[in-house]
Design a protein around this ligand. Structure first.
Ligand SMILES: [Fe+2]
Length: 707
C-alpha cells in the first residue's frame, strides 16, 4: 500500500473528511435560517461588519425644524438632547484622529446593521425599493462564504501538505472554530479569528508552484479571480495596474518631468525596452509620455524596525518608470528601483551582494529593466506590486478614519424627523462600529467597548503585522498620515480629462474615465431634497442641518468639509459628496487576495539587483509562505468583493427606508435605473478592454463603509 493510501485510510483523515462534509451541511443550514434582531435588543456593539440585519420603526414624516409643528418639534428636540448626551467626539484615543467616544450609544447600535423599517405589513403595502434581484436582508446573501476558501484549499492541497507534522489535528482545530462561528452567527468576527488558526495550521513553507498560491476556490463565482489572473507576469499589466488601481484615491502615478537624483534612469536604459528602441527619453518627457510611480512617502514605514518577522515579509518604497510609445498605445514599464537609495558605488554594491552590508535606514538598490534576467525582473516587479497593494489597503482604512467623524455629528444633530435622516443613515451604516472593531477591538483580551486600547491591536491593525511587511505601528501611522491629506471637496471631485494635460497621452485611464457616479448621485439628492427645501432661505434657517455641518468641520475636523450651507445648490453638493465618499471613494479591489503579485509583503530582506540571474524558485521564495498567503486571502476578503453583485451596494436601501413619503419613490427609481445603466456601460467597456476594471461599477461598490 502506498503512503497516500495509508493516509487516506487513517482515522484522522477520515475524521477530516467527515468534518469537511459537516461543514458543507452546516453552511447550507445557516444560509437557510433567516435571523433578524433589533440592534437595541443586543444591548452592546459586538463589532459586526455590516453583515447582520435588524428592524426599526418606520421614519416619521420628514420636515425641516423651522417648519415643524409643536409636537414634532418637542420630539426632535428631545431626540437631539439625548443624542448629544451619548454621542461625543473623542480626541485622545488615537493620535491625529477623531473617533466616536461611546460604543454604547443607541444611535450607533441602530446603525450597525441593515435595518429594515416598519413592520412586515407596512413594508408589504408601502415599500417600493428595488432590490436589484438581491435580498440584502437574507443571511444566505451575507458574507458567509468568506472563509469557505479555507476548507476548499485544504481539500485541494491535502496530499501536498500531509508531510507537515500534526497537520490533521491543526486542521481539525481550525474547522472546529469555523463550525462554532457558523452557529453563533458572527461571521465577521470569524474572518479575523480564523487568521491565527490558518497561520498555525498550515505549513509555513514556500509554495512549490504557482498553483499552491492560488487561494481562489476554482470555478466558484463567489470568488471572482482578477481578470488578469493568468497574465500576472505580463509586463503590460504593470502599466494597467497604475491606470486601473485597486483603490480610488490612488495618487502615486505622476508625470515625469525632471530626473531624480536618487533614481538615475538613462536614455540607454529607456532604449533597451521594446517599443522605445527608436525613441528618446528627453523627447518622450517633453511629449508628456513618461510617468513615474513613486512610493517614497512609505519610506519611513519600510525602514522602521519590525518586531514581528511575519514569515519574512518586508515592503520596499519602490520607484517605477513608465512610458507611452511615440505612436500611442498602453503604458509600458521601463525601469524599477526597489528602494529610494540608488547605490552608485560598485564597491559598496559588491559588499552588499556578497556580505549583505547595507544602510538599514536608507537601503540600497539599483535600477532594473525588462532587459535584465527574466526572473530577476519578475522579482523586481513584485517589489512594486506588493508596495502598491499595501498603498491600497492604507488608502482604504484611511477613508474609514477620515470619514469617521461625519456620523458622530450626524447622530448628534439630525433627528429622525429631518429629511437627511432617511437619506443618509444607510450611507453611514457600520462606519463607526467598523472603525472601532478594526482599530481598537482586541480579541486577545477581554473585550470591552469602553476600553479602546492603543489602536495597534485592533482586529485589523493587530492582524496586519502578521500578514504584511509593515508593523502595526507603521500601518497605523501611514493610515493616519494619509487620512490627514484628504480634502473633502478636492478628493471627491472627479478629474476632468478634457481639461487635463498631464495625463492626456494615456488613452484609457480607467480610474478616471469610468468615474461617472457623482452626477448620478447629485440628481438623486437634488430631487430628494427638493421635496423638502423650497428655497435657499429654507437651507439657511435649517438649524439642525447647520449644526451638523458646523460640528463635522469644527469638532470632527474633517478637512475641507464646509461648515455651513447657504443655498440648496450647496446643500445638494455637500450631501452628494458625503454619499460619494461613503461609497465610491471607499471602494477596494481584490488585488491583495492575489498572492502571486498582490500580497502585502515581499518575502525577502534582499531586493533583486541588475546583472543577477534567478530562477522560478527564487521568485516563489519572495512570495508568501502558504500559511501567510491563505491567511491574507481570508483576511482581505473582509474588505473586497461583495458576496454577490448589488449586495448592499450603492443604490440599495433597506426595505421601508422611504415609505414615510411616497413621493420619493419615483426619484429613487430613476437613481437606481441610472446606476444600472452605468454598470452596463462599464461592463460593455470592459469587454473591449484587455483586462476589465470594476472598481467604478455601482454593482460592486458598497453603499457605506460596512465592509
Ligand atoms: Fe471598508
Amino acid at each position: 500500500m502506498s503512503n497516500i493510501e495509508q493516509i487516506k485510510q487513517s482515522a484522522e483523515y477520515q475524521e477530516l473528511m467527515q468534518a469537511l462534509q459537516a461543514y458543507d451541511q452546516a453552511k447550507a443550514r445557516a444560509a437557510s435560517e433567516r435571523v433578524m434582531t433589533r440592534a437595541s435588543d443586543s444591548g452592546s456593539n459586538e463589532g459586526t461588519i455590516g453583515g447582520a440585519t435588524g428592524e426599526l420603526p418606520k421614519f416619521p414624516s420628514s420636515s425641516l425644524p423651522q417648519h415643524s409643528d409643536n409636537s414634532a418639534l418637542t420630539a426632535r428636540q428631545d431626540e437631539i438632547v439625548e443624542a448629544q448626551n451619548v454621542n461625543w467626539f473623542a480626541y485622545d484615543k488615537l493620535d491625529g484622529a477623531v473617533v466616536h467616544g461611546n460604543m454604547e450609544a443607541q444611535d450607533l447600535l441602530d446603525n450597525t446593521k441593515w435595518m429594515l423599517k416598519g413592520t412586515d405589513e407596512e413594508r408589504a403595502q408601502h415599500a417600493h425599493e428595488d432590490d436589484f434581484g438581491v435580498d440584502d436582508a437574507h443571511p444566505g446573501e451575507n458574507a458567509i462564504d468568506i472563509y469557505e476558501a479555507v476548507p476548499q484549499y485544504v481539500a485541494k492541497n491535502f496530499l501536498a501538505f500531509i508531510e507537515a507534522p500534526n497537520i490533521i489535528s491543526a486542521l481539525l482545530r481550525m474547522l472546529a472554530l469555523i463550525f462554532e462561528n457558523i452557529f453563533n452567527g458572527d461571521f465577521s468576527q470569524l474572518k479575523f479569528e480564523i487568521i491565527d488558526p490558518v497561520l498555525i495550521g498550515l505549513p509555513a513553507r514556500k509554495a512549490l508552484n504557482e498553483e499552491e498560491l492560488n487561494f481562489f476556490p476554482d470555478d466558484d463565482q463567489r470568488y471572482p479571480k482578477p481578470t488578469y489572473y493568468h497574465d500576472y507576469r505580463d509586463d503590460d499589466l504593470m502599466g494597467w495596474l497604475q491606470v486601473a488601481p485597486m483603490a480610488p484615491l490612488y495618487k502615486h502615478l505622476s508625470l515625469y518631468t525632471e530626473h531624480l537624483t536618487n533614481f538615475p534612469v538613462t536614455n540607454e536604459m529607456f532604449k533597451q525596452v521594446s517599443h522605445f528602441r527608436q525613441d528618446d527619453l528627453e523627447q518622450a518627457m517633453l511629449d508628456k509620455r513618461v510617468f513615474i510611480a513613486n512610493y517614497n512617502n512609505f519610506h519611513p514605514q519600510t525602514t522602521a524596525e519590525k518586531t514581528n518577522q511575519a514569515y519574512g515579509a518586508t515592503l520596499n518604497a519602490a520607484l517605477a518608470l513608465f512610458a507611452i510609445p511615440k505612436n500611442g498605445g498602453s503604458l509600458k514599464i521601463i525601469a524599477i528601483q526597489p528602494t529610494q537609495n540608488n547605490q552608485p558605488s560598485n564597491f559598496l554594491w559588491w559588499l552588499n551582494r556578497t556580505f549583505g552590508v547595507n544602510d538599514n535606514n536608507n537601503p540600497w538598490s539599483r535600477i532594473l529593466t525588462p532587459a535584465d534576467d527574466y526572473w530577476t525582473w519578475q522579482m523586481a516587479k513584485n517589489t512594486v506590486t506588493t508596495m502598491s497593494s499595501m498603498s491600497g489597503v492604507v488608502d482604504h482604512l484611511s477613508t474609514h478614519l477620515y470619514l469617521g467623524p461625519i456620523p458622530i455629528a450626524f447622530y448628534r444633530n439630525i433627528p429622525s424627523h429631518h429629511p437627511l435622516a432617511a437619506l443618509l443613515d444607510t450611507h453611514l451604516m457600520s462606519l463607526v462600529g467598523n472603525n472601532f472593531t478594526g482599530i481598537f477591538k482586541d480579541v486577545g483580551t477581554n473585550f470591552s467597548s469602553v476600553d479602546f486600547g492603543d489602536g495597534y491591536h485592533g482586529l485589523l491593525t493587530g492582524a496586519i503585522s502578521n500578514l504584511s511587511g509593515f508593523s502595526s505601528e507603521s500601518f497605523v501611522n501611514a493610515t493616519v498620515a494619509r487620512a490627514q491629506e484628504y480634502h473633502f471637496i478636492e478628493d471627491s471631485t472627479p478629474l476632468d480629462r478634457s481639461q487635463d494635460d498631464d495625463y492626456a497621452k494615456i488613452q484609457d485611464y480607467a480610474l478616471h474615465d469610468d468615474n461617472q457616479i457623482l452626477p448620478i448621485i447629485k440628481r438623486w439628492v437634488g430631487n430628494y431634497l427638493s421635496l423638502y427645501y423650497s428655497n435657499d432661505t429654507d437651507v439657511i434657517n435649517d438649524y439642525e442641518l447647520q449644526g451638523f455641518l458646523s460640528e463635522t468641520t469644527n469638532l470632527g475636523q474633517v478637512n475641507g468639509f464646509p461648515d455651513n450651507a447657504t443655498s440648496i445648490d450647496e446643500l445638494v453638493d455637500i450631501t452628494s459628496r458625503i454619499i460619494f465618499w461613503m461609497s465610491t471613494n471607499h471602494a477596494l479591489d481584490r488585488f491583495p487576495s492575489f498572492s502571486t503579485i498582490g500580497s502585502l509583503g515581499y518575502y525577502s530582506s534582499r531586493v533583486p539587483g541588475p546583472g543577477e540571474v534567478h530562477n522560478k524558485n527564487d521568485w516563489l521564495n519572495i512570495c508568501p509562505t502558504i500559511n501567510a498567503g491563505l491567511a491574507l486571502f481570508v483576511f482581505s476578503r473582509i474588505f473586497v468583493d461583495l458576496p454577490t453583485d448589488w449586495h448592499r451596494s450603492l443604490g440599495k436601501y433597506p426595505q421601508g427606508q422611504f415609505m414615510q413619503d411616497q413621493r420619493i419613490y419615483s426619484h429613487l427609481t430613476k437613481f437606481q435605473d441610472e446606476l444600472k445603466a452605468l454598470d452596463d456601460e462599464i461592463k460593455t467597456k470592459n469587454e473591449a478592454r484587455r483586462w476589465g476594471f470594476d472598481l467604478r461599477m455601482p454593482s460592486t461598490i458598497t453603499v457605506s463603509p460596512w465592509n
